[in-house]
Design a protein around this ligand. Sequence first.
Ligand SMILES: Nc1ncnc2c1ncn2[C@@H]1O[C@H](COP(=O)(O)OP(=O)(O)OP(=O)(O)O)[C@@H](O)[C@H]1O
Ligand SMILES: [Mg+2]
Length: 296
Amino acid sequence: MKLVCIGTINRDVVQFAEGRGMETLGGALYSILALSVFCGGAAEIIPVANVGQDIYQYLSEILRHQPNLNTSGLKRIETDNNTVYLYLTEGKEREEQTDLNLPPIEYRQIEPYLDCEALMMNFTSGFELTFDTVRRIIDNCSGLIYIDIHSLSLGIDANRRRIRRRLSEGFRWIEGADFVQLNEGETLAFLPPQSPHISPEETAKALVQRLKQACLLTRGASGVTVFTSASDFSLPAKKMEKVIDSTGCGDVFGAAFLTKFLESKDIRKSAEFGCIKAGEKCGYAGWENYIKSTKK
Ligand SMILES: Nc1ncnc2c1ncn2[C@@H]1O[C@H](COP(=O)(O)OP(=O)(O)OP(=O)(O)O)[C@@H](O)[C@H]1O
Ligand SMILES: [Mg+2]
């Protein structure tokens, strides 16, 4: 089974609330590694991304340890990679600043892999795919399509701060996909310009009308609400005694959901598995020790 994961592997510079700092690779790397460990030998994982010259070697070292990864879709770019500066303050939405250096991934980089069983688009920069490329992928891919909206919902201001934006093409970004995952704040991206405020639930219900399977509205420590065209249900998050770092929880949720769905075709079971794995991620800073723990 071939499983494609499109998204930007960011260089993350994290500043925790108590002053501690951490530099690591993040973004789509969480999805790639999580898909790789959850699928095991059942699938070949094919990341498709542009990668800056400053991290290419380091990334190759990390990915070398995963036996089921096919790295032919990674393209070394002569600029530096994107860097995301994350400021984490407890109880508040995280603040982000980004250096966007990488060019968008072109359709011809993705075309060789469109015969896959499943394709995940995780918009970890929000600028890795143009609207036209996304449309061509959805229209031409033979496999199941899973979209994590993530930073597609964010623009960028003159100080490189990520700010909420509305997508002028609206629902057409996701029309015909199987699954869309997004958190409550990200639903704002789908409101038409100047439209009055609509609740995240209303937006999720409107989204699912354009999808083949379900819209997954994640709510951090409050779990997830799953919308299908027929009904909706909520699941609680895994109870965690200590949350060390929730960065990447959404990515781990998506990878776990997709892996379980490919095996079971059961949306509820897949969402339950997503909540368990994403909750466990909260116990670890970054991805390294988390991924090690899942391999045991
Ligand atoms: N504090 C927490 N405790 C337990 N589980 C959590 C916590 N935060 C997140 N999760 C789990 O992770 C899932 C996704 O989290 P969230 O809604 O924060 O996604 P996100 O905003 O896309 O995250 P990110 O973009 O940082 O990866 C939730 O549905 C929940 O199951
Ligand atoms: Mg996310």
